[in-house]
Design a protein around this ligand. Structure first.
Ligand code: TIU
Length: 222
């Protein structure tokens, strides 16, 4: 067992063999110029800023043999897996899912915008979960993958803290996983959304789990 002593609201104990690092939606659509996030009117500086932190986490997790799972939000080219309500809202914001953009069709599987940023490219043997929703469990094989690997704890990083990270956190929490959210390896376009989301994880004695800085975790697994 390892312990992240600085975690909040109290120390986080985890067994690296039973822990997965889940890297959520670090895609061009959320982290690169011309992507979905920017087209929705957001500043992508915060989502780009965490790329080097996640690079370091990936390197350390790979060296330690920790299971790594990457996720991508996106839809089939015919949009058959995109709820009409989601499509309608994106169109209202001027960034319609499936519309042509500078990096291909917005949020469509196989397009450049949908790809994970080059700096965080998954290795060939690493799992990639393609999800149509904000949560990584909904209509995906994630639960199966985690069960098959005997996973009990999840370390969550990626974007955006209050949307896809939180939805995944909440889904994981209800399934009994112990979750650590890394404060400086998650980001939202607005700092206030990020801070509120981080606060919500650890309020009420850790209602959804734990938070810590990435270095506190790295120090115990390196
Ligand atoms: N990955 C993810 O968080 N999807 C979003 O749409 N996030 C926004 O903040 N819009």
């Amino acid at each position: 067992m390892k312990t992240v002593r600085e975690a909040l609201p109290y120390a986080f104990d985890f067994d690296p063999v039973r822990t997965a690092l889940v890297v959520i939606d670090m895609q061009n659509d959320f982290c690169s110029a011309g992507g979905f996030g920017e087209k929705l009117g957001n500043d992508i500086t915060p989502t780009r800023a965490i790329i080097p932190v996640i690079q370091k986490l990936l390197q350390v997790a790979r060296d330690a043999g920790i299971l790594i799972v990457h996720t991508r939000e996106g839809h089939l080219p015919d949009l058959s897996d995109c709820p009409p309500a989601k499509l309608e809202r994106s169109k209202r914001m001027g960034a319609g899912i499936g519309d042509e953009g500078p990096m291909g069709r917005i949020l469509i599987r196989g397009e450049q915008g949908h790809a994970i940023v080059a700096e965080l490219a998954p290795l060939e043997d690493e799992a990639i979960i393609d999800k149509p929703g904000k949560g990584a469990f909904y209509k995906t094989e994630l639960e199966h993958l985690l069960e098959r690997n005997g996973i009990e704890s999840l370390v969550l990083c990626g974007v955006t803290t209050h949307v896809c990270v939180h939805t995944t956190l909440r889904e994981a929490n209800d399934r009994g996983y112990r979750c650590l959210v890394l404060e400086d390896a998650t980001a939202a376009f607005d700092q206030s959304d990020h801070q509120a989301a981080i606060h919500m994880v650890r309020q009420q004695g850790g209602i959804f789990g734990w938070t810590s800085g990435a270095e506190s975790l790295i120090a115990v697994i390196e």
